[in-house]
Design a binder for this molecule. Structure first.
Ligand code: ARG
Length: 470
């Protein structure tokens, strides 16, 4: 890039160039301009300006004719932007000045009255809050769609037994439906975090002006209400400098992405030949350019990777805001790129997870076989010793461990040991012990609240279906 300084007076900003004699250097313009990024807030910017102009007219700060002209002009600008024909100018720095400059071309002199009792500092904070409010609402819907796909699968597979793992070692048999519903729970907490963030961010900075408020008799309740904010913010310095609202949304996004990555990882594992628990259709698989036999779960791998980007966005914005003195500093312009990026990443990840959750088809035989392996019913044997023989659990654990050792020595499941072999370890054991020794019996027995028994899982499916309006 060449760094040419323009000395033409016309090259100074018509918005703030009154005391300037020459225009910015090309690099100055490049580092200063944010329009490539903040043009995504055009809808919010225009909504904010319409509300502000309406209030200026209603309070008599500007004439009602000027207010009406501004409103009509802004509607036309909005149409032009929606139609895609708008020409954005870097020389005009940001979305705010691009919109206002176009308004001036359309309506002339009254356009200059729009910025009365306002600054870009309260304007950008307003736009950004409105944008994030919409983003929270979209993410909530996307999370609900993801939950719905999981609940539908859980309903289908409430009775399907599979191995539950701890340390990724076979632990106890569980219902596949139960496993899937665990991600519905996590997604509900994610929704709660976005809801909380949305509730806290829904306050209006508009009217706080540059940092100190304004001498004009504005009506901030009126603009706050017309933009759907719960109330105006009550400290002008805070209103223009706070960005913790974006940090909260990014934190929620980071946690949500981490939650998604855990299921994504399981999809990757389940679709391997080693596990063989599930497969994805062609719509959610990719091939290898060298190995003709390959089916790769790329989308799941990419969701697994998304926390890298989203946590990066959170860390990036935390670092930008850290140590900034009050009130507005231009550093704060660097808030939007990471935030938009994180929201885009999360929305794509959620769409992919909802798609894969619906698409997964499961292999009942592989799940059932694996559920019965590796002495996954050993706890059921110990529990039987407690229940039927009155053993203390610690003793029962020890006895069951010895019986597992005997079965292991012969490389057979517990249920294939003879009664005599069991009685050699504990003489009081009788024939009825065999009724608890299977993966399915184990799963069916866990009827405690929150447990994996299919009766409990179906109750939870019904609760979620009701909650999600399915
Ligand atoms: N583009 C700016 C931003 O995103 C708008 C606010 C500019 N304010 C200023 N005093 N230069 O932060």
């Amino acid at each position: 890039m060449t760094d040419e300084t323009s000395t033409k007076p016309s090259a100074t900003s018509s918005m703030w160039g009154g005391r300037f004699q020459s225009g910015p250097s090309a690099v100055m313009e490049a580092i200063n301009a944010s329009v490539d990024i903040d043009q995504r807030m055009a809808e919010q910017d225009i909504a904010g300006s319409i509300a502000h102009a309406e209030m200026l007219g209603a309070t008599g700060i500007i004439s009602s004719e000027d207010a009406a002209a501004i409103q009509r002009g802004l509607e036309q600008v909005r149409e032009e932007i929606r139609a895609g024909g708008f020409s954005w100018s870097k020389a005009l720095e940001d979305v705010h000045m691009n919109v206002e400059a176009r308004l001036k071309e359309i309506i002339g002199e009254p356009a200059g009255r729009l910025h009365t009792a306002r600054s870009r500092n309260d304007q950008v904070a307003t736009d950004f809050r409105l944008w994030l409010r919409d983003a929270c609402d979209r993410i909530d819907m996307a999370l609900a769609a993801y939950q719905s796909a999981l609940v539908a699968q859980a309903e289908r597979h409430a009775d399907q037994v599979m191995p539950g793992f701890t340390h990724l070692q076979t632990a106890q048999p569980v219902s596949l439906g139960h496993h899937l519903l665990s991600y519905v729970e996590a997604a509900e907490r994610d929704r709660g975090r976005f809801r909380d963030a949305r509730a806290r961010l829904n306050e209006a900075p508009l009217g706080c002006a540059a940092l100190a408020g304004t001498a004009f008799p504005i009506d901030r309740e009126r603009t706050a209400k017309s933009l759907g904010f719960d109330r105006p913010m009550t400290n002008s310095l805070d209103a223009v400098s706070a960005r913790d609202f974006a940090l909260e949304v990014l934190s929620a996004a980071a946690i949500c992405a981490v939650n998604l990555s855990r299921f994504a990882e399981e999809i990757v594992l389940w679709c391997t030949r080693r596990f063989g628990f599930a497969s994805l259709s062609d719509a959610w698989s990719t091939g290898s350019s060298i190995m003709p036999q390959k089916r790769n779960p790329d989308a799941a791998e990419l969701v697994r990777a998304k926390p890298g980007r989203i946590i990066g966005s959170l860390t990036g914005l935390l670092t930008v805001v850290k140590g900034l003195p009050l009130a507005y500093s231009k550093d704060l312009q660097e808030d939007k790129a990471p935030t938009f990026q994180a929201v885009d990443d999360l929305e794509l990840a959620l769409a992919a997870m909802a798609g894969m959750a619906a698409d997964l088809s499961f292999n009942p035989d592989a799940l059932e076989l694996a559920a019965g392996e590796a002495y996954s019913d050993a706890t059921d044997l110990a529990d039987w010793l407690v229940r039927e023989l009155g053993k203390p659990f610690r003793d029962a654990h020890h006895i069951a461990g010895s019986i597992v050792k005997a079965a292991e020595a012969r490389d057979i499941p517990l249920a294939e040991l003879s009664l005599a072999e069991m009685q050699a370890v504990e003489k009081e054991i009788d024939e009825s012990v065999f009724s608890v020794l299977s993966a399915r019996a184990s799963m069916n027995s866990r009827i405690s609240l929150g447990g994996t028994a299919p009766v409990r899982v179906r109750e939870q499916v019904a609760r979620w279906s009701n909650h999600l309006g399915l």
